[in-house]
Write a protein that binds this ligand. Structure first.
Ligand SMILES: *Cc1c(COP(=O)(O)O)cnc(C)c1O
Length: 380
C-alpha cells in the first residue's frame, strides 16, 4: 500500500489467497461445501448454535428483521449512531425505525431511554456495539424480555469482543456480523446472522434463498426434483470463494484483535490526559474488538473539526467520521424525522474523528499517527 493510512483496512496473507485459489480450481464456486464449513466454524468460535451466512451485513440485518416477524407499520428501536443499514433494513419491510439517543462515553445507545420509546407497535430492539465496544447486554436483554421484544445485536463492529467474559454471538436473539474489508475479518462482501433459535434459523435459510425449500414441503412432492417456494425471499447467498476466505481469516481473528488492542493501548497511554480530545476506556467486564478508535474533540476544538480533519488527510491519515446521525441523512429527513431528537448523537457526530487502527499496522505506524495528530492539534 501507499503511505496513506486509512481508519481501517483488511490484512490478506498468502494462506488466504491459497484458500481462495483452491475453491476457484474446485467444482463449486457457490452453493458448495465452504459455506456450511464456515457456518460451523463461526458457530464454534462464537458459541452460537446456528450461523447463517449472507451476501452482506445489510442482507443479514434484512434477514434478521424478517425472521423476527417485523410487519409493515411495526417499529424497531435503534441508535442513530450507526451505519444507515441498521435502520434501512426496517424500512425494507415497511417497518419504522425509532431512534433512541446515545451515551457520549461509549457512543452506544443509552439503555435508560428505551422504555419511553416503546409503543404497542414496537417489535424489535436493535443495539449496535459501536466501535467494537459491547452494549450492556444483560440490561438490553432484560428490557427486551420485559416488553416481549426481539433483541438484535448489530455486532458488525464487534466480532471478537467480549461482554462479561462471554464472546459476542450469544447475547441477543440474533447477532449480526459483517465481513466488509474494514471489519474484524473479511470476505470482500459478506455477513452472517448468529442465533440459538431454531425457528429463526429455518426462516433465515429460506429468506436468503428466494424462499425456496427442498424439504419440509407444504404440498406433496412431485418427485425427487421437487422444490417449493414458500415465502418471498431473495438471493442473499455468499459464494464459496468468499466463504473460503472467511474460514482462513477466522483463524486469525484473535491475532487481529490482539494487534488492534496493542495499537489502542499505545494510543491510550500516549494520549492520556491530553488537552484536545476524549476517548472510550474499557470498563470492568468489557473487552472491545476496537474496530474503530474514535476520538471526541473537546468543546473548544469542535468548530475547528473540519480544518483538523482536512489537515490529517493532507498528512496521509485517511481518517473518517462515524457517524452522521441516521435521521440527518436526506432520505430520512424526507420521511419526516426532525433534527434534534437525539442531542447526544448530534454532539458526538460534531466532535468525532476515527483515527487509524487495523491489523496490518505496526507500533511504529501508530507512533507516526500519534505524532501527526498531536502536531495537527497543536497547530490548528
Ligand atoms: C458495516 C456495517 C453494516 C453493514 O454491513 P455490510 O456488510 O457493509 O452490508 C451494518 N451495521 C454496521 C454497524 C456496520 O458497521
Amino acid at each position: 500500500m501507499s503511505n496513506i493510512m486509512p481508519y481501517s483496512r483488511q490484512l490478506i496473507e498468502d494462506d488466504d489467497i491459497q484458500a481462495v485459489l483452491k475453491v476457484l480450481k474446485s467444482d463449486y464456486l457457490t452453493q458448495g461445501p465452504e459455506i456450511a464449513a464456515f457456518e460451523k466454524e463461526l458457530a464454534e468460535y462464537t458459541g452460537a448454535r446456528y450461523a447463517v451466512l449472507f451476501s452482506s451485513g445489510t442482507a443479514a440485518l434484512h434477514g434478521a428483521y424478517f425472521a423476527a416477524g417485523l410487519k409493515a407499520g411495526e417499529e424497531v428501536i435503534t441508535t442513530p449512531n450507526t451505519f444507515a443499514a441498521t435502520a434501512n433494513a426496517a424500512l425494507y419491510l415497511g417497518g419504522r425505525p425509532v431512534f433512541a439517543d446515545i451515551e457520549l462515553k461509549t457512543g452506544n445507545i443509552n439503555l435508560d431511554l428505551i422504555e419511553e420509546k416503546i409503543t404497542t407497535k414496537t417489535k424489535i430492539l436493535t443495539v449496535v456495539d459501536y466501535s467494537g465496544y459491547p452494549v450492556d447486554m444483560d440490561r438490553a436483554r432484560d428490557i427486551a424480555k420485559k416488553y416481549g421484544l426481539v433483541l438484535v445485536e448489530d455486532a458488525c463492529h464487534s466480532l471478537g469482543a467480549y461482554y462479561k467474559s462471554k464472546k459476542i454471538g450469544t447475547l441477543a436473539d440474533m447477532t449480526i456480523l459483517s465481513f466488509h474489508p474494514v471489519k474484524s475479518i473479511t470476505t470482500g462482501e459478506g455477513g452472517a446472522v448468529l442465533t440459538d433459535n431454531e425457528e429463526y434459523y429455518h426462516k433465515l435459510l429460506l429468506f436468503r434463498q428466494h424462499g425456496i425449500s427442498k424439504e419440509n414441503f407444504i404440498n406433496e412432492a412431485h418427485g425427487t426434483w421437487y422444490y417449493e417456494m414458500q415465502l418471498l425471499g431473495y438471493n442473499y447467498r455468499m459464494s464459496d470463494i468468499q466463504a473460503a476466505l472467511g474460514r482462513s481469516q477466522l483463524k486469525k481473528l484473535d491475532r487481529f484483535i490482539a494487534r488492534r488492542r496493542e495499537i489502542i493501548s499505545f494510543y491510550q497511554e500516549f494520549f492520556s490526559d491530553n488537552e484536545y480530545f476524549d476517548f472510550t476506556v474499557e470498563e470492568e467486564g468489557y473487552f472491545s474488538s476496537w474496530h474503530l478508535f474514535p476520538i471526541r474533540l473537546k468543546e473548544h476544538l469542535i468548530t475547528k473539526k473540519r480544518k483538523i480533519f482536512e489537515a490529517l488527510r493532507a498528512q496521509g491519515l485517511w481518517v473518517q467520521v462515524h457517524y452522521i446521525p441516521v435521521y440527518w441523512l436526506p432520505f430520512y429527513q424526507s420521511l419526516g424525522y426532525p433534527k434534534g431528537i437525539c442531542p447526544n448523537a448530534e454532539k458526538f457526530y460534531e466532535s468525532e474523528i476515527s483515527i487509524p487502527v487495523y491489523q496490518a499496522m505496526t507500533l511504529e505506524d501508530a507512533r507516526k499517527v500519534a505524532s501527526i495528530l498531536l502536531e495537527v492539534l497543536q497547530n490548528v
